[in-house]
Design a protein around this ligand. Structure first.
Ligand SMILES: Cc1cc2nc3c(=O)[nH]c(=O)nc-3n(C[C@H](O)[C@H](O)[C@H](O)COP(=O)(O)OP(=O)(O)OC[C@H]3O[C@@H](n4cnc5c(N)ncnc54)[C@H](O)[C@@H]3O)c2cc1C
Length: 285
């Protein structure tokens, strides 16, 4: 197996463009290395992205938050910019794995791996994030995150593309969001269900709702029907009751070693109601 490392994005893209499916790009390696050890992947070349400065950093400029693909969970969880503008993302990053994992695991790797339970996906979906990808010999392109996940471990990335960064507009009211992750324990747990919401309200009326879910479908999803049901309405307990029944039809969970499909359905309905109440400042989840 060949190995390359570089500080030059174009060089990495050229090599990836040459080897395509036979190459594997590696960021933190927390998915790739265990998968290689288990012989689930056996690339002919490893392209290490770790030294690419262009893929690092978290900045906020003119109302847009930009997170480099190599930003680690620890960097996201401890960033002032993230805490100030999108605490739901900080909450998700803080709950990934353990401190060792969070020091290595990157947001780009979390999204590109496309696990249905990828923890940064629901908050980034609720924030309407966009993926910025670069390919060899051509410019970059943007992919809205809700078009990025195609299925379990399948994304809209071409084999010669690398995620460079992720952007989203700073929410009007960062505190009008909520995130919750249910695992089988409080650390080192893959999500059984995770939910992120962002709401905008004028007076008592919900003018915009974004609801995203993890681990309850073949890919992280936006619950568009729930958003429609909430928008333009006053969110009272009656509406919440109606929505928490309707959300059961929006999801398609599986039974696995962590939980049964029935349990996931019940808990999604319950947590949905609680996250919306928290986003409205009525309850602490
Ligand atoms: C002990 C342990 C606990 C974990 N706990 C959690 C958890 O609680 N929640 C959770 O969501 N995940 C968890 N994970 C999974 C993993 O840590 C995360 O998905 C992590 O964010 C992956 O990032 P990485 O940088 O390590 O990715 P890598 O392993 O380097 O790469 C993962 C995939 O993404 C691709 N890739 C990486 N960077 C890019 C890029 N910039 N452009 C294009 N493709 C790219 C790689 O080719 C590979 O296919 C855990 C893993 C371990 C080992």
């Amino acid at each position: 197996m060949e190995y390359m490392t570089t500080q030059n994005l174009d060089e990495a893209l050229n090599v990836l463009g040459e080897w395509k499916e036979r190459a594997k790009v590696v960021a933190g390696g927390t998915n790739v290395i265990p998968n290689m050890r288990a012989r689930l992947v056996s690339p002919d070349i490893i392209i290490n992205l770790c030294d690419l400065e262009d893929l690092k950093g978290i900045v906020e400029e003119e109302g847009i938050v930009r997170i480099g693909a190599l930003a680690t969970m620890h960097e996201i969880a401890s960033s002032r910019i993230i805490a100030d503008h999108c605490p739901i993302l900080a909450s998700a990053a803080r709950q990934v794995g353990n401190p060792l994992t969070r020091n290595r695991a990157t947001v780009g790797g979390n999204l590109a791996d496309a696990s249905p339970a990828a923890d940064t996906a629901p908050p980034l979906l609720a924030l309407e994030a966009r993926i910025h990808a670069a390919g060899s010999g051509r410019g970059g392109r943007e992919i809205p995150l809700d078009q990025f996940f195609l299925g379990p471990r399948e994304t809209a990335l071409e084999p010669d593309e690398i995620i460079t960064h992720i952007t989203f507009a700073k929410p009007k009211d960062p505190l009008s969001g909520s995130h919750t992750k249910l695992g089988l324990r409080n650390a080192m747990a893959i999500s059984v269900v995770s939910i992120a919401t962002m709401l905008e309200t004028v007076g008592e009326t919900c003018t915009k709702a974004r609801v995203a879910l993890g681990a309850v479908a073949p890919k992280p999803i936006r619950a568009y029907r729930m958003e429609e049901m909430l928008e333009g309405k006053t969110i009272d307990e009656e509406l919440l009751e109606e929505c928490s029944e309707a959300i059961k039809k929006e999801i398609s969970p599986i039974s696995d070693i962590r939980a049964s499909a029935e349990y996931r359905t019940l808990v999604t309905s319950l947590l949905f109601r609680r996250t919306i109440r928290e986003a409205l400042g009525r309850e602490k989840v």
